[in-house]
Write a protein that binds this ligand. Structure first.
Ligand SMILES: Nc1ncnc2c1ncn2[C@@H]1O[C@H](COP(=O)(O)OP(=O)(O)O)[C@@H](O)[C@H]1O
Ligand SMILES: [Mg+2]
Length: 244
């Protein structure tokens, strides 16, 4: 592990579904401001692990620390509010509203203002909303109806909405699934940008190994619910430390 401080520490996590051990003794540390990939075959337990971290599933064993404090057992919205966002599951785009309004509503919701003040909300959080649209390069589409966006632009909007919560960590489960190569490139670029410009640590699962090597600072391999390797990609190939 590098000397960078750890923002997310997954310690001895186990998860049983009935008698089936989906996760066993998983240890994984995400360094602050890093991009960390979680790879492994289908059924390895990647989504289950992200669900445990986000609070969507309670672990059968172990704990997860965010900035040194336990977050397991908290409801997902509370974990998100603390700064651990599972972006594609906690955000929903309002397809009848404009791109700008979607980001503005996400910002207002963060401040508990959304429903109460929506009628007079037009001038509120404008600068912040535009800054987020610039971050994801959607500022040119601010007035477009969100429901009419192409898939790549929709992903950008989802990122902007997720960023409205100023997360410190983003959990992304196969963010490029079902996308064309062009759309994948957009998402890869955005993840890197959000990480570099906003300092958000990212823990993501991905099948596309090329994408993993393009952006990950560290890679952990899960197999049948156990962590079997962990390391930094170097010169095009991972230098893994085998745990087992
Ligand atoms: N809610 C559940 N109930 C029972 N088994 C589950 C449940 N969720 C996941 N599993 C099982 O746990 C294993 C890991 O699943 P998952 O975390 O989705 O793997 P991955 O994301 O790596 O493909 C799989 O065998 C899957 O069938
Ligand atoms: Mg999965």
């Amino acid at each position: 592990m590098s000397a960078a401080p750890v923002i997310l520490s997954i310690e001895g996590i186990g998860k049983n579904f009935g008698g089936f051990h989906a996760l066993s003794q998983v240890d994984l540390q995400v360094a602050d401001r890093s991009v960390h990939a979680l790879i492994g075959p289908n059924g390895a337990g990647k989504s289950t692990l992200l669900n445990v971290v986000s609070g969507h599933l309670a672990p059968s064993a172990g704990q997860v620390l965010f900035r040194g404090r336990p977050i397991c057992g908290r409801p997902p919205h509370e974990t998100a509010r603390r700064g651990v966002a599972r972006s594609f599951q906690i955000t929903s785009i309002f397809s009848g509203f404009t791109v700008f309004e979607n980001v503005q509503m996400a910002l207002l919701a963060q401040h508990g203002l959304c429903t109460r003040m929506f009628r007079s909300a037009a001038p509120m959080k404008r600068d912040e909303a535009f800054a987020l649209l610039q971050l994801v390069r959607l500022d040119g589409a601010a007035d477009r109806i969100a429901g009419q966006l192409a898939a790549g632009d929709r992903k950008r909007l989802e990122f902007a909405i997720a960023m409205a919560g100023t997360p410190a960590v983003m959990l992304l489960d196969e963010p490029t699934a079902g996308m064309s190569p062009d759309e994948r490139a957009i998402v890869i670029g955005l993840i890197r940008k959000i990480n570099q410009e906003r300092g958000v640590a990212v823990l993501f699962t991905e099948h596309d190994i090329e994408m993993v090597f393009a952006i990950a600072d560290r890679i952990t391999v899960l197999h049948q619910g156990s962590c079997i390797a962990d390391g930094a990609p170097e010169a095009g190939s991972p230098r893994f430390q085998c745990n087992k």
